[in-house]
Write a protein that binds this ligand. Structure first.
Ligand SMILES: Cc1ncc(COP(=O)(O)O)c(C=O)c1O
Length: 472
């Protein structure tokens, strides 16, 4: 729960609007009236109203006050893949690089890569931490070790934070890495070989496919529901005959769907995979960016045999360019640790020490609360704009956290072709084809909502909606 009165007031009105007690076109009581009814200051009431405006729930009419906005009906959720198919070798890397380069051309709006908005990151405070550790620990850049690369203080903070979700993690299974991507690479190399089959959600984060591709492994896409995540029944079926060598999942705030698996499903997946000896590599990078009050537990919390390798990083919450992540590798810790030594040695001491200072110093939870509220607003605003500007038969995800939105367009639309046309007009997104090894989701796209709402986004989505309509 938030500590701020204006959040409570905004939530109260959001509930009334959601429950249709207040309907589109209804006028809200005046600011002064609300202030006296609720015994709040005028500025608190105004802050709550601004928040409701940001969420796209109310609009200010000059000289007339605040009114409930007429919203386009919420589109239905996307279908995703329904059937289990064969494992496939992956070939997404070349296309991915083309899309990433196009999205980062100067002047292109940042609706492509899933980067957090700069204003929601504690960058200045982190930079101060670098100064502090640089002044206070003169040996930091002079010490070297091949095998003891963890900053113990940082590990303690990682363990402490795991108490929020059913931890504690064991300090001796943790390895600090150069990113979540590095953690995932190391884990996959530790438990599988070229030619092996790896089970994943479908759709899934494209870099997971890229890693599988680079290691010469095969991807088996498991049907995944846009709200409840991977189908436990399909995973059960797929892992019966021993062909699946590992599982690579994003159960908390899947990228691109934004869904969180129900806790009961997580418990079943943990038990099922442990029983069959299929290691689970769990990517929990968005676990702290949930929209509901409670921190969702990772599957790792239900693991009793060391079968789950939990990977995460601070890229979405502290800095995407800090490059500090970690893995709690369970019973595969020794193998992962050896691979880390061979591939990149240890993780930068300066980054680790600055991060430990920041996390230990407090303020991180408050910053996370603000970021979560901002992302929930930004996702809602982007959803409204898509509902308003895209053809009515488009389907839209309803993310439970994070900051990406998934849109399923009518079958005639080829997202890759649409992407080329959109980038030429300065609008980025990630085409759906990249989220599947088998070229599924060619009529889908992912939008980044990491940045505060900007009128240019509205114009861009209007234009994108026109480009989609033209292709029907
Ligand atoms: C699900 C998921 N895992 C991992 C990453 C990459 O994390 P890092 O920057 O720490 O390598 C991302 C970034 O978009 C992501 O969405």
């Amino acid at each position: 729960m938030s500590d701020y009165l204006y959040d409570h007031l905004a939530d109260e009105f959001a509930g009334l609007i959601d429950g249709r007690v207040l309907r589109p076109g209804d006028r809200l009581p005046s600011v002064r009236r609300l202030a006296s009814q609720k015994r709040l200051s005028v500025s608190t009431v105004l802050q709550a109203l601004h928040q409701l405006e940001d969420r796209g729930l109310v609009e200010a009419r000059p000289q007339a006050g605040y009114y409930v906005r007429g919203r386009a009906p919420a589109p239905a959720e996307p279908e995703t893949q329904k059937r289990l198919t064969r494992p496939t070798f992956v070939g997404v890397t070349r296309l991915l690089m083309e899309v990433l380069h196009a999205n980062e051309q100067p002047g292109v709006l940042p609706l492509g890569a899933a980067y957090p908005g700069a204003g929601l990151l504690p960058s200045l405070r982190m930079q101060r931490m670098f100064g502090k550790v640089a002044r206070g620990r003169e040996d930091l850049l002079a010490v070297g070790s091949c095998v003891r690369g963890n900053d113990e203080r940082l590990v303690r903070q990682i363990v402490r934070r795991s108490l929020d979700w059913g931890g504690p993690l064991a300090a001796d299974e943790i390895l600090v890495t150069n990113s979540c991507t590095e953690s995932l690479n190391l884990c996959l190399r530790a438990v599988a070989r070229p030619g092996d089959t790896i089970a994943l959600e479908s759709p899934t984060y494209f870099v997971l496919l890229q890693i599988i591709e680079s290691l010469g492994m095969k991807a088996l896409e498991i049907p995944t529901h846009a709200r409840s995540g991977i189908s436990v029944e399909a995973l059960d079926l797929a892992t019966r005959n021993g062909a699946v060598k590992a599982c690579l999942l994003v159960p908390n705030v899947n990228n691109p769907l934004g869904c969180i698996m129900p806790e009961e499903h997580k418990r079943r997946v943990a038990a099922l995979l442990a029983e069959r000896g299929v290691p689970l590599i769990e990517d929990d990078i968005y676990g702290d960016l949930h929209f509901d009050d409670a921190r969702p537990w990772p599957i790792k919390a239900y693991d009793t045999s060391g079968n789950v390798m939990l990977c995460s990083s601070f890229s979405k919450t502290v800095s995407p360019s800090l490059r500090v992540g970690f893995v709690a590798a369970g019973r595969h810790c020794a193998e992962v640790s050896m691979l880390k030594t061979l591939s990149s040695g240890v993780t930068g001491t300066m980054q680790q020490a600055a991060l430990a200072e920041f996390v230990a110093g407090g303020g991180f939870d408050r910053q996370l609360r603000q970021a979560r509220r901002a992302y929930a607003r930004q996702v809602a605003r982007m959803s409204d704009a898509v509902a308003e500007h895209f053809p009515a038969d488009c389907l839209l995800s309803r993310p439970q956290g994070g900051f990406v939105l998934w849109v399923e367009m009518p079958r005639q639309v080829d997202a890759l072709e649409l992407h080329r046309a959109a980038v030429a007009e300065g609008i980025a997104f990630v085409p759906g084809q990249l989220f599947s090894a088998a070229g599924r989701y060619r009529n889908c796209l992912r939008l980044n909502c990491g940045n505060p709402w900007d009128p240019r986004f509205d114009a861009a989505l209007r234009r994108l909606g026109e480009l989609v309509s033209r292709r029907l």
